[in-house]
Design a binder for this molecule. Structure first.
Ligand code: PLP
Length: 345
């Protein structure tokens, strides 16, 4: 058996067009058909890409971005990763796990204040050895530069990972993911007409669209917005558009794309980020009970609720193959237990 010691080794053989990639997860993630769900909805064939099974301390889509970001940090001789997010950030938890695996320090800047009880991702952040900074109303790592400066003054070499790992380099993780899907779809002899997933900081969306453009695929890629549009500084589609362009430029490729090519659906945001409503509760229950698959309350339940609504509205033909990309997040089920079971709200 080939046991590979991942500590501080940068594996540049499995790179995307020469970029270093630190192995952090188990890829390819499974591609599975949801036969029972398709039957229950009397809809088209629905498949799922299980990035919730990416393997990094309970998995998720951030693992793919981190493989590039961590390799970059190691190449630059950094010894500390800093990132930020919401208290139940899956990105922060996967970053903490990556630092543990690679012998780095981890500082997480989380929105809100320290709760009495650490549950879900926050519990895991602590188990994984991350140092946590509570940042009140700022939940997108706005005060990271200040913390980085303090660490530098203490002799550390910090590497800043942006909110959600969504920069030009992080997005490459999903260019590779698109290639991975292409190989699996070919092996399974299916052609997908539509890909649906939860889109929030833009890196997943940007990488998938760039991957599609680079492989001249015709699949429709639709992100389900998780956050109310008025809560973002820049229109979200523009942010994704810019990210696609900077990411393409960073790997030296020319692409043709218009802002109108970015497909985002924001009618499923309900009461806003992290607020579980009836559609999310129903989506969690239907996936759990028809397929034994766990969605998360913040992202994938909302995206699956969107997909189910689209199927019910007759947006797809019966002979289409639809792919749902499961981006992870199940650790947040536990702190949201009461909301999911409908005891509050
Ligand atoms: C971060 C996250 C997303 C959104 O991915 P982005 O690349 O930030 O748009 C979706 N689902 C889950 C579970 C996540 O943690």
């Amino acid at each position: 058996m080939n046991l590979n010691n991942k500590h501080k080794s940068v594996n540049s053989k499995s790179s995307y067009q020469g970029l270093a990639r630190q192995s952090l997860g188990f890829f390819p993630t499974p591609l599975i058909e949801l036969v029972n769900l398709s039957r229950a909805l009397k809809g088209p064939r629905i498949f799922i890409k299980r990035d919730d099974q990416s393997g990094l301390a309970m998995g998720g889509n951030k693992t793919r971005k981190l493989e590039y970001l961590v390799a970059d940090a190691l190449q630059k001789g950094c010894d500390t990763l800093i990132t930020g997010g919401a208290a139940q950030s899956n990105h922060c938890r996967q970053t903490a796990a990556a630092t543990a695996q690679c012998g780095l320090h981890c500082h997480l800047v989380l929105g809100g204040k320290a709760p009495k009880h650490s549950d879900g991702n926050l519990l895991l952040d602590k188990l994984l050895g991350a140092q946590i900074h509570w940042s009140g109303s700022l939940r997108k790592g706005e005060n990271i530069p200040e913390i980085a400066a303090r660490l530098t003054a203490q002799g550390r070499r910090p590497y800043i990972i942006p909110y959600g790992g969504s920069n030009a380099l992080g997005a490459i993780g999903f260019v590779t993911a698109f290639d991975e899907l292409t190989v699996q779809a070919k092996a399974a002899d299916v052609k997908f007409s539509n890909l649906i997933f939860a889109s929030s900081s833009g890196g997943t969306h940007a990488g998938l669209v760039l991957g599609k453009l680079l492989s001249s695929d015709s699949i429709n890629i639709t992100g389900i917005s998780i956050e109310k549009p008025e809560n973002t500084n820049q229109p979200f589609a523009e942010l994704i558009f810019d990210l696609i362009k900077t990411s393409a430029a960073s790997i030296g490729v020319n692409i043709k794309i218009a802002l109108s090519d970015i497909q985002l659906r924001d009618e499923f945001v309900g009461q806003g980020y992290g607020i579980v409503g009836k559609p999310e509760r129903e989506a969690i229950a239907v996936l759990a009970r028809t397929e034994g698959i766990l969605l998360d309350p913040v992202y994938t339940a909302r995206a699956m609720a969107g997909l189910i609504a689209m199927v019910k509205a007759g947006e797809f033909n019966q002979n289409e193959n639809i792919l749902f990309w499961h981006t992870g997040g199940a650790p947040a089920l536990f702190p949201y237990a009461d909301n999911i079971l409908g005891k509050t709200d």
